[in-house]
Ligand binder design. Sequence first.
Ligand SMILES: C[S@@+](CC[C@H](N)C(=O)[O-])C[C@H]1O[C@@H](n2cnc3c(N)ncnc32)[C@H](O)[C@@H]1O
Length: 254
Amino acid sequence: MSAVASDTAGTSGAPAAGRCFLVGAGPGPADYLTMRAVKLIGEADAIVYDDLGCEDALSYARPNAELVYVGKRGGKAESLKQPQIDQILVDLCTQGKQVVRLKGGCPSVFSRVASEMTALSVAAIPYELVPGVSSALAAPLFAGFPLTHVSLSTSFTVVSGHDIAGTDWASFRGLPTLVVLMAGRNLGQIARRLVEDAGWAPDTPVAVVRSAGLPDQRTWLTCLATAESDLAEAGQLSPCIVVVGKVAATGSIA
Ligand SMILES: C[S@@+](CC[C@H](N)C(=O)[O-])C[C@H]1O[C@@H](n2cnc3c(N)ncnc32)[C@H](O)[C@@H]1O
């Protein structure tokens, strides 16, 4: 799945061309890395990595691999901006390095991978997309329930809860199951929008799964009407997956 068919290593004394692997690290524990991710991490000259899901994976890096942290969790002011991350990838590859861009979960889901693909393409640097296990899919299973269910959930929709005002909550009217990422700070607002804008019943079940698959995993089962008050004392909710819909009631509290 390379953007450029072949690299140009070893011509005319120029540095060998680098390449970039845009790799999903899964939800956090190293056991959920794919075998391809482990192989590529072990071969990389440089690994450019995020906050969530990546730390355990780094144990497979070569001792002399260059490790570049680019996490931007919670949009902290001092975090690198996406164009800076894009440039880091291009710069490392231009030095002839084999680079792994390690992303929590799966690059397919809210990872800004498209920006990195564009930057690499513009610089004519070959890249490969390597899927990982998304927290959107893994967290419900860690909490004991599947996202689809023959009688409770015939489909699911994955949405970001980061930008409340910029999301058309009314468009979620009538859906069986909604999976909300980046919802930790906005749980109460999301629940209200789903009831007021999208017409979801206030007693619709909600499961909140924090730190899915990690030692501090915690799951709460609640409903739209009481989600905010039930979790008021929960402390830090991020990182969490919020699942809204009847199937969420089949989860286990832990
Ligand atoms: C920027 S998004 C990246 C999603 C990632 N690409 C994926 O496929 O899981 C970050 C969000 O993923 C979710 N997340 C990632 N790892 C998680 C985990 N172990 N437990 C719960 N939520 C997680 C949280 O909603 C977090 O705010």
